[in-house]
Write a protein that binds this ligand. Structure first.
Ligand code: ATP
Ligand code: MG
Ligand code: MG
Ligand code: MG
Length: 561
């Protein structure tokens, strides 16, 4: 590509609102431009890197037996209502209405769409397993879009979904995907680590995140200093105290609270200090139900396990016990929000303790005189997250912390979506069974930024060859000199014929500007045609090491290979 005809608007100054290296350099080197908060255009160079990453992903997905398709970003609300996530996903889901006042969402993820698609087309075990993937734009109205492409509100994701007739089949594909992910990130040149991730419930070994190690990462990885153990600290709660309470449930006074209320409203209505209010979350862990009473003020739909820094965990051995304690049917705790394995109780099931007030699990009523430990506790424990210096949960070594950028996530979903959305197949005995599912995501645009974050120096970006927008930056120092321009024009063609992707700086700019831009853009090698042109000598410079070499053009292809 001739630079004179391209669109690479470089900047000398560091953009004021870009806090981290990758964001600054991608802007300065003309790879991206911000459109709105968390919304970016990919300029020609950025687009080429995306395509390189996507090509690597496609190769690895195809090798793992996944088939590409493309699904809509515009998704009808009905599907999200079927899965329950219309109610639980919260403000991150971009919602809109069409001209007929029908509700839609912009796809934050595609479990609903693909489950509906496969449900309608696949009826027999003979068609399973099936793994499908797409590379597509996702929309999430992030609370804090930041760090450029690292946390956007519109971003590119590769998402894959697998459907199975047995757990063994899911395990097999999960392992293949795990391998494929490791290959993708290795080929992108990233220094990364796969870590045990939070499955949305306590524990959960069936999900891993791929973390690029970086100080600007928003996740904390807890790893052992002498084994392979590595986990997102979100998934490593440590139980510090554990006691049994055999007190009977006390009789409680019921108060009418006329409208559905948030914690905040309840605290106002019943004149309860807000910090004493708690929220309850019900988790299902295998056959166990865990009720977590979370202290503090939380948005109903924005509650995540990571918010449980100080919580009381109530373990309920069986659904029956849960029913008894919660005083209602499990699964009918009012409008329950369902997010992955986490059931989030809606407003009127929210408990506010103050010498006690709590939701009565009945619309518009709260109990007074509640002592949660006495009234709601079968067993309880205080949880905190794992800390540096703790013994490693695998018994080997001591826990250390590192920061990570989550670039990929593989997850065994089980029948969470197929049951909610009725995606069934007929097994060998003609019996109807819910499909067992897995899902696998890679943040493609985030991966681009993560590479930029790991590969740069004070002069600019330093692209690994596998994902570089071009392989060679060919520069004619002064195109006004006929001899220089002619040789550069000639080698621009010849290098491409030899299979190199060439960015050719044919602009009539000062050499200083060209070299500075070249370092900023960061292609792996620079070939400069300058004053020794009459001898047929050019300069080859390796961007990463800064090493330069004078080479006769007859040796150029060999040198570059
Ligand atoms: P995070 O914890 O960073 O919010 P997530 O766990 O919500 O990410 P997933 O639902 O697991 O994300 O989505 C799969 C992948 O999509 C992530 O591993 C990440 O690489 C990418 N991704 C998620 N959110 C964003 C975003 N806002 N901007 C860019 N990439 C994202
Ligand atoms: Mg997120
Ligand atoms: Mg995450
Ligand atoms: Mg994730």
């Amino acid at each position: 590509m001739k630079q004179s005809m391209s669109f690479i608007p470089t900047l000398r100054e560091v953009p004021a609102d870009a806090e981290i290296k990758s964001h600054q350099l991608l802007l300065r080197a003309g790879f991206i431009r911000q459109n709105a908060s968390g919304v970016y255009s990919f300029l020609p160079l950025g687009k080429r890197v995306l395509q390189k990453i996507e090509a690597i992903i496609r190769e690895e997905m195809d090798r793992a037996g996944a088939i590409e398709l493309f699904m809509p970003a515009l998704q009808q609300a009905e599907l999200w209502q079927e899965s329950g996530r219309w109610y639980s996903y919260g403000p991150e889901l971009m919602r809109l209405k069409d001209r007929h006042d029908r509700d839609f969402a912009l796809g934050a993820t595609h479990e609903e769409v693909i489950t509906a698609l496969v449900r309608d087309e696949v009826k027999s075990y003979k068609r399973l397993p099936l793994t499908l993937y797409q590379i597509q734009t996702k929309f999430r109205d992030e609370k804090r879009p930041r760090f450029g492409l690292l946390r956007g509100r519109e971003f590119i994701m590769k998402d894959a979904y697998s459907f199975h007739a047995s757990q063994e089949s899911l395990d097999e594909v999960y392992n293949k995907m795990y391998e494929a992910y490791a290959n993708v990130f290795r080929r992108c040149g990233l220094n990364f680590r796969a870590v045990i991730a939070d499955s949305g419930a306590m524990g959960g070994k069936d999900t891993h995140e791929f973390m690029v190690l970086s100080d600007v990462g928003e996740d904390t990885i807890a790893y052992s200093d002498c084994s392979d153990y590595a986990a997102n600290i979100e998934m490593a709660p440590v139980i510090t105290t554990y006691e049994r309470s055999d007190e009977p449930h006390a009789p409680l006074e019921k108060v009418h609270t006329p409208e559905q209320r948030s914690i905040e409203e309840v605290s106002q209505f019943l004149q309860v200090p807000k910090e004493k209010c708690i929220k309850s979350l019900l988790f299902k862990v295998d056959d166990r139900y865990v009720l977590v009473l979370v202290r503090g003020d939380h948005e109903v739909n924005d509650v995540k396990v990571k918010n449980i820094l100080e919580a009381t965990v109530v373990e309920l051995a069986t659904p029956e016990e849960t029913k008894q304690v919660m005083n209602c049917e499990v699964g009918s705790l009012g409008p329950i929000g369902v997010s992955d394995d986490v059931l989030v109780l809606a407003d009127h099931a929210v408990k506010a303790i103050v010498n006690g007030v709590c939701g009565a699990n009945e619309a518009h009523y709260h109990y007074k005189g509640v002592n949660p430990d006495r009234d709601f506790v079968a067993q309880y424990a205080d949880v905190r997250f794992i800390q540096e210096g703790d013994p490693s949960p695998d018994g080997k070594g001591t826990i250390r912390f590192a920061r990570g950028i989550e670039v990929g996530h593989v997850f065994k979903l089980g029948t969470r979506y197929s049951e909610a959305m009725n995606a069934t197949y007929l097994d060998e005995n003609g019996r109807m069974q819910p499909m067992i599912m897995g899902c696998y995501g890679i943040g493609v645009s985030r991966t681009l930024a993560a590479i930029a974050e790991q590969y740069n120096d004070e002069h600019g970006l330093i692209w690994p060859t596998a994902v570089a927008p071009f392989h060679v930056h060919l520069i004619s120092v002064n195109p006004k000199v006929d001899e220089q321009r002619k040789l550069a024009d000639e080698w621009y063609i010849r290098l491409q014929q030899e299979g190199f992707e060439v960015l050719y700086d044919d602009r009539a700019e000062r050499p200083g500007v060209k070299f500075a831009d070249s370092d900023l853009i960061g292609l792996p090698v620079r070939v400069t045609i300058g004053k020794r042109v009459s001898e047929g000598i050019v300069e080859v410079k390796v961007r990463k090491t800064g090493e330069t070499e004078e080479v006769h053009v007859s040796q150029l292809v060999e040198t570059l290979r």
